[in-house]
Design a protein around this ligand. Sequence first.
Ligand code: NAD
Length: 307
Amino acid sequence: MRFLITGGAGFIGSTLANNLVRRGHTVRVLDDLSAGDAGKLDPGVNFTRGDVEDKPKVWRLLNKVDCVYHLAARVSVPESVLYPREYNKTNVSGTVAIMEAMRDAGIKRVVLASSGAIYGGQTLGKVHEALLPHPDSPYAASKLAAECYVQTIGELWNIETVSLRIFNCYGPGQSIPPTHPPVIPQFMRQILEEGSLVVYGNGTQTRDFIYVDDVVEALVAAATADGISRQVINIGTGIGTNINQLIRCIEGVTHKKGKIVVSPSNSGGVSNLVANTDKAQRLLDFKAKTSLEKGIALLKARDAHFV
Ligand SMILES: NC(=O)c1ccc[n+]([C@@H]2O[C@H](COP(=O)([O-])OP(=O)(O)OC[C@H]3O[C@@H](n4cnc5c(N)ncnc54)[C@H](O)[C@@H]3O)[C@@H](O)[C@H]2O)c1
């Protein structure tokens, strides 16, 4: 098959692109490199630097494509609180631009990388797709808006659409920005370098951490599965891990002890966000295979930051 991956030089996109090339597919990547690194891509991937709103470029790249993976986005929740307009531009207008171009090019299917963040803080044990979303950041709102546009434009122009609500993805190649880094690579680095870990409150905030190769398996399945058009599907492990358990797991893999600093502030985000994964199992025959211990060990072995 022929694929276009927007945001394909990023963390999840590059892992997906390299995986698809290994499976023998033709893969084009469009990425503006605002956060991505084209150096992570297999030489078999056809890379183009550019913006998702650059219509002539997008048109050219869509030629004879069977399926688009739309992953290009700005991805930091705290940054989105500071710059909501930029998040709206890339994540919402960028999505509309891609859908418009797909309509004009007559593309059959799009898979959108949405986010578990759209659920916001829920009191329920595990969140399922029928719940009313409660986005509590501009990032989450932009992802929900992107889902709506993809579905609506898809419906109007007969483009098959599926939105995967990915939970907390981690693995080799995830960047560690200086401000607001994702928790797993940040804690891993602090523990390995014997720095201090800041834990907000009592460390019982619970997340669903999913290894990147498992997310890629779900993305691959979503390109060809039958009967999934207009669906939104959670992609998580269904297993909740709190921050204290995460630290113990990283300590176990690294054989080092974290120096913990407790912050009374409440900046640890929502208290509980774990996926109900029944729909992914039913529609995509997908179940995450990698345990947190195994994933952390793979991260340590394969990520250039930690080897
Ligand atoms: N990593 C996670 O835990 C997670 C969870 C849920 C959803 N997602 C979604 O998955 C997708 C990929 O996330 P990631 O973690 O790989 O982030 P990432 O930042 O590594 O990848 C996003 C890529 O999009 C590119 N990009 C940004 N704006 C662009 C534009 N205007 N035109 C072209 N390219 C542009 C960036 O350069 C980057 O390479 C995003 O849509 C994100 O919202 C990620």
